[in-house]
Design a protein around this ligand. Structure first.
Ligand code: GDP
Length: 476
């Protein structure tokens, strides 16, 4: 488990810069978007006077996860990138165009296979992994399942259309996850394209690009004409360098399911993104509540491979059943152990349906009796005026001990996007004179998201205040 400084700062309701300073004093110079391990996170939390209660996660209990790799074992790994943005702004086109930049795609056997993720190799030999499912829903759904696999988000904004509702949703989902963002201003070939207007509009969403004096990189591209792609790739690599992404390749593999299906000829097949270690043919593993033995692996070029290292997506054959996207794969020593762990996880899963157990990091911070804690919330309302009034009142309800953090607010019915965001951050979802659509309601039920409806602002604020006070009260 790992967390970025920014995300940790958000959870602690401290300034990211202060955390960076503290780490610098401890002799660890880092940047704000850098990922730190749980021990460093705990050190920081203690340093800032928050008390810690580490709650062991089922997999740690089982002893198959949580053994952190020593820093000297880490080797640099490819960044994992997700593309987000409003519908029709060119996410799919950009994914296809970027796939085309691969210098090795023309090699023998190099027939493109859609396995849910693909890798691009640049002229300098650098590799980038792109997740094939664009959009913030998939991103937050994975996050809600404890799989924070994305290192960098590319936010696509069409220069002829500007910031649209889903652009803003994507920004808020990315921020809530604490993942750094690169803005790709697309459709720059169109005569009516206005990149400067996009940069200016981004300011009001607190996304400040370099031209505007901020530190978010932006690139003008045309997915159609394939221009600006090299520059975009360069910026992704630069951002990756800042993140200093590393993993130990010489250990039993751990990874996450990107997608899975039942194939008529091949049986259950899952695309796994390896996160650490090296997955090998013949390895015994558990994945979610399933187990198996790697019979064969196929990469994104349709080639059979014997090994897959960190940040590599591969189709894995040899599963006992079909796992779910986001499920974790862990290699274990033998089949008996695999069955034991799979059975334990299956049992945990049934229990989770009734209790909704958070992931280990969430656990650690929600269970921690901090002096300042955070109350995240998502707000939807029927008109702009009331949404603004609610956000202002909620922000004012913050005290020295507990701070309200509005992850997202907007006008309109409660959507699936709102629900996945709330689920990923374990935040309540407030509807003011609005209700969820059918799909969003089903999703909220499945993910145990707390939906609250109001028609009087005063009631809403009072209830939130009461709940905040309740969270401050000692639990044990
Ligand atoms: P998505 O919904 O975000 O995945 O968007 P698509 O990739 O499906 O693109 C939507 C439409 O915009 C398609 O008709 C594309 O051909 C078009 N499009 C995408 N990128 C560009 C671009 O750079 N320039 C122009 N002129 N059109 C583009």
């Amino acid at each position: 488990e790992s967390i970025t400084i920014q995300e940790l700062a958000n959870r602690m309701a401290e300034k990211g810069a202060d955390l960076v300073k503290a780490l610098f004093k401890m002799g660890t110079p880092v940047t704000i978007n850098e990922v730190i391990d749980q021990d460093t996170a705990e050190l920081l939390v203690e340093e800032f006077g928050h008390r810690i209660q580490r709650v062991s996660d089922s997999d740690v209990e089982l002893g198959i996860e949580g053994d952190d790799d020593a820093p000297e074992t880490l080797k640099s790994r490819a960044p994992v990138v997700t593309i987000m943005g409003h519908v029709d702004h060119g996410k799919t086109s950009l994914l296809d165009a970027l796939r085309g930049t691969n210098v090795v795609s023309g090699e023998s056997g190099g027939i493109t296979q859609h396995i849910g993720a693909y890798q691009v190799k640049t002229k300098n030999g650098d590799v980038i992994t792109f997740l094939d499912t664009p959009g913030h829903e998939a991103f937050s759904e994975m996050r809600a399942r404890g799989a924070n696999v994305t290192d960098i988000v590319i936010l696509v904004v069409a220069a002829d259309d500007g910031l649209m509702p889903q652009t803003i949703e994507a920004i808020n989902h990315t921020k809530a996850a604490g993942v750094p963002m690169i803005v790709a201003i697309n459709k720059i070939d169109k005569p009516e394209a206005n990149a400067q207007k996009v940069r200016e509009r981004l300011l009001s969403e607190e996304v400040v690009v370099e031209d505007m004096g901020g530190d978010v990189q932006d690139v003008q591209v045309s997915a159609l004409k394939r221009t600006g792609l090299d520059e975009l790739i360069e910026k992704v690599l630069l951002q990756a360098e800042l993140l200093e992404l590393g993993a130990n390749p010489d250990r039993p593999a751990e990874g996450n399911v990107i997608e899975a299906k039942l194939d008529k000829g091949r049986g259950p097949v899952a695309t796994v993104l390896v996160r650490k270690g090296t997955l090998k043919v013949g390895d015994t593993f558990v994945v979610g509540a399933e187990s198996g033995k790697v019979r064969a692996m196929v990469n994104d070029k349709g080639q059979n491979v014997k090994v897959a290292g960190p940040s590599t997506p591969v189709e894995v054959l040899g599963l006992s059943g079909v796992p779910m996207a986001g499920d974790q794969l862990s290699v274990v020593e033998n089949e008996a152990r695999a069955r034991e762990v799979a059975a334990y996880r299956a049992e945990q899963k049934t229990r989770k349906r009734t209790t909704s157990a958070p992931t280990s990091f969430e656990h650690m911070f929600s269970a921690l009796n901090t002096t300042v804690i955070e109350y995240p919330v998502v707000v939807k309302g029927d008109v702009q005026g009331s949404v603004e009034a609610i956000v202002t009142a909620l922000t004012r309800a913050s005290t020295d001990e507990i701070k309200v953090r509005v992850l997202h607010s907007g006008v309109g019915a409660i959507t699936e996007s709102d629900v996945t965001l709330a689920a990923a951050s374990r935040a309540p979802l407030i509807g003011f004179n609005v209700r969820p659509n059918a799909k969003a309601r089903a999703l909220a039920e499945r993910d145990k998201v707390s939906l609250r409806y109001y028609d009087v602002i005063y009631d809403l604020i009072e209830e939130v205040k009461n709940e905040m006070a309740g969270q401050l009260a000692p639990e044990r």
